[in-house]
Design a protein. Structure first.
Length: 333
């Protein structure tokens, strides 16, 4: 394919991903109280080099008491607002305070000056390109069609989920995910519909970053990447494990592949519009995004370590932008 024609599609798809790579909204909001990410006691210590047995225990209090974390109450004496309900549904925890972070929570963010600059760049691209496109998408495309698009891309991520469940030593979950993938790919017309949920087949979502966490790499410093959005150093390495498993990346025609990736990014951004008011009104929007993302990511890893029957409900999608959503043209064509 002509490189000149590919460049505009590549730039557009990259711009759409700059919104920050948060998890897609689940169809049934849940409120999960997740223990905050704690910093190492030594200021000069690198969390990525700390053995798992000395990393601070971040198991949610509800899980320590034997309760289902998906039904754990959110602390606070007043009823949550609609915006706080949206936040809890997307991130699995209570909304941060007006200052942008929860009281007493400390994220391990030694690269904060760099991360803030990248975050500002991502926000500029988000407000200039991604948010307007997502707004137009929700106004033009009917809800049932948007649901079909979401189901389609969620179904395509099944190979990544199945492989990582096997790597984590969870063959029963991998078997469920395989059955879900086959059912939705056939009866669901390629994943546009979701008969597996009606059949009560559980939805799980895994990536190699979670697998590394389950293997022992529990604490990791926060980093925000241009276009990719929030990550930890662990999750950056996790990208290498997921890239070979992406079905979209097997499409050789750049125009088709990048078009699908762009549609996926627009769909993901449209699911985050419920958070725009919270982000816009936050005193420290960077801290809000960072702390919420780390809490959700920590919960996903802690959830993987529980037994099948003690495990809480997963969100529809993983926290980071899926690796198959990032455009990488085949320059050799």
């Amino acid at each position: 394919m002509n490189v000149i024609r590919t460049l505009p599609l590549l730039v557009l798809a990259l711009a759409l991903s700059a919104c920050a790579g948060k998890p897609a909204r689940d169809s049934a909001p849940v409120s999960v109280e997740v223990a905050p990410v704690t910093a190492p006691t030594t200021a000069t210590a690198d969390a990525d080099a700390v053995p798992a047995d000395i990393v601070a225990d971040t198991t949610p209090p509800a899980a320590q008491a034997g309760a289902d974390p998906a039904t754990a109450p959110v602390s606070g004496g007043t009823a949550p607002t609609n915006a706080e309900d949206d936040f809890a549904a997307l991130y699995g925890g209570p909304a941060p305070t007006a200052e942008g972070s929860e009281g007493g929570s400390t994220a391990y963010d030694p690269w904060e000056p760099f991360n803030r600059k990248v975050h500002s760049f991502n926000n500029v691209v988000d407000r200039a390109v991604a948010r307007p496109l997502a707004t137009a998408y929700t106004r033009v495309v009917p809800r049932f069609a948007r649901t079909g698009v979401t189901n389609f891309f969620s179904n395509l991520r099944a190979p990544v989920t199945i492989t990582n469940q096997l790597l984590q030593g969870r063959p029963d979950d991998a078997w469920d995910s395989l059955g879900r993938f086959l059912m939705n790919s056939t009866l669901g017309l390629g994943g546009l519909f979701d008969p597996a949920s009606k059949a009560m087949v559980p939805r799980r979502s895994e990536d190699f970053g979670q697998t590394l966490g389950a293997w022992g790499w529990r604490g990791s410093r926060y980093v925000e990447l241009p276009f990719f959005g929030p990550r930890t150093v662990r999750d950056v390495f996790g990208l290498a494990g997921d890239i070979p498993l992406s079905p979209i990346r097997t499409i050789e025609e750049d125009k088709i592949r990048i078009g699908l990736q762009g549609l996926q990014l627009v769909d993901m951004r449209s699911q985050l519009m419920a958070l725009d008011d919270i982000r816009d009104n936050a005193v420290d929007e960077y801290a809000l995004t960072r702390d919420a993302w780390l809490q959700r990511r920590n919960y996903q890893i802690e959830n993987d370590l529980r037994g099948k029957h003690a495990r809480g409900k997963d969100a529809d999608d993983t926290a980071p932008i899926p690796v198959d959503a990032m455009p990488m043209p085949n320059w050799g064509n």
